[in-house]
Design a protein around this ligand. Structure first.
Ligand SMILES: *Cc1c(COP(=O)(O)O)cnc(C)c1O
Length: 425
């Protein structure tokens, strides 16, 4: 499609947008009486209006039933999490028994590493991406030292080549092969949080398995954003948070995936009563007998007030389906890219999109490196009702979330950006 940088054209795309009614289901912060232009759904998704109903239901059941709510609530709490199995399995491409909800993301990755990172004298190395999200870096370091190993000899970061912004798949695959039988674990992001680069999880998984390593993914920026086929790709394990593209609210519950082939294995794990055989959970038996499935990694009884907004979210994703979301995501991201290039030409600026331009290597995020304007331009955008974020040294990240962003937002953003650059010059 040939795009145009005009309000009329943007409005025409909105009129044809199959998801346009979902925008009305989200609550936008206000700026001068108008909805803000929200680009940070990759950090904290907006609140869907239907969420409050789900939370109120739990609050009411708690008030009216107290402990009886475990069994007699509108949605009984003791197996509340089972409502996630179907919708969530479709979002990440898994069998219903392969997904579970619990804890928060970094905690889940730690728990999964207990099972899937089993270093031996020969096979102990971990491959991850350079500039992984800091929490992941701290996790790797602390896991490695917990096993009595030296992080410097154990953690191998795949680097970008000199002068390049993104990691090349060939470099990842070559390193996996090179480390070979010393490689215990590959743990990569599905989508890099900084650049928005989407990694080829299928090829990475294949390569890891070929040398006998386990392969897992941190899907914080991937869940609800890209098409995932975790089961078919044979990924061993994965975890994600629900407050980014899945709009479940600040710090909310995480989801995780454990491939079916590990459900009956005797992988070690840190256990708790919620992972115990469901039929006999309340018999208070002394010996742990895990549920065969991702639920077997649950530890504590679940934070229902945290799951309620997450349930509202997965129901919305289930109504729409990932395919429609991805179709709009591709178009609106491309439209934003077009607008950025147009403004760049008009004002002769010096910013650079560091996210891959190849559509299969990106999703809903464009990271823009601001060569000159930097921080003052970012401040101008925020003051003008554009919510974006700033990442050192000079990057703003723009995520036009397909569920609630409009093409008109993209056009208006372009105009604000242009004014900002001109005012700054
Ligand atoms: C957002 C994000 C996290 C956050 O972890 P929490 O445990 O939910 O605080 C971790 N890893 C990545 C890659 C992220 O993008």
């Amino acid at each position: 499609m040939t795009f145009q940088n005009t309000l009329e054209f943007a409005q025409q795309l909105d009129a044809q947008d199959e998801l346009k009614n979902y925008r009305k289901e989200f609550i936008f912060p206000q700026h001068d009486g108008n909805d803000v232009i929200y680009f940070t759904g990759n950090s904290l998704g907006l609140q869907p209006s239907r969420t409050k109903k789900h939370v109120d239901e739990v609050m009411n059941d708690w008030a009216n039933l107290a402990v009886e709510g475990h069994f007699y609530a509108e949605k009984p709490w003791w197996d509340y999490h089972e409502r996630f199995a179907n919708p969530l399995s479709k979002i990440v491409g898994a069998l219903p028994t392969e997904v579970s909800v619990m804890n928060t993301l970094t905690i889940n990755l730690h728990l999964l590493m207990v099972s899937f990172y089993r270093p031996t004298e020969k096979r102990f190395k971990i491959i991850c991406e350079e500039k992984a999200f800091p929490s992941d870096q701290y996790m790797f370091q602390s896991q490695v030292t917990h096993h009595g190993l030296d992080p410097k000899e154990t953690i191998i970061e795949i680097k970008r080549r000199e002068g390049e912004h993104n990691i090349r798949l060939e470099d990842i695959l070559a390193k996996i092969e090179e480390v070979g039988d010393e490689l215990a674990l590959v743990l990569f992001g599905g989508v890099n949080y900084y650049t928005g680069q989407v990694f080829d999880m299928k090829s990475i998984t294949e390569a890891g398995h070929k040398v006998g390593a386990m392969v897992g993914f941190d899907l914080a920026h991937a869940a609800g954003n890209i098409k995932l086929e975790l089961h078919d790709w044979n990924v061993d394990f994965a975890a994600w948070c629900s407050y980014k593209y899945m709009n479940s609210g600040p710090g909310n519950a995480s989801g995780c995936f454990v491939h079916e082939r590990h459900h009956h294995s005797n992988l070690p794990r840190f256990a708790g009563w919620w992972g115990h055989n469901k039929e006999r959970r309340f018999k208070m038996e002394p010996t742990f007998d895990p549920v065969h499935g991702a639920d077997g990694w649950q530890v504590s009884n679940l934070p229902i007030l945290s799951l309620a907004p997450y349930l509202a979210s997965v129901e919305m994703f289930d109504e729409i389906g990932m395919d429609k979301l991805i179709t709009k995501r591709n178009q609106i991201t491309s439209y934003l890219e077009f607008i950025l290039h147009e403004i760049d030409k008009e004002v002769n600026s010096t910013f650079e999109i560091i996210t891959p331009s190849e559509p299969s290597e990106r999703a809903c995020q464009l990271s823009v490196f601001l060569h000159g304007e930097g921080r003052s331009l970012f401040d101008y955008l925020m003051k003008s009702g554009v919510i974006t974020d700033w990442r050192e040294p000079n990057v703003i990240r723009l995520a036009p979330v397909p569920l609630y962003s409009s093409y008109e937002d993209m056009y208006k953003f372009g105009q604000i950006l242009k004014n900002g650059i001109l005012t700054n010059q």
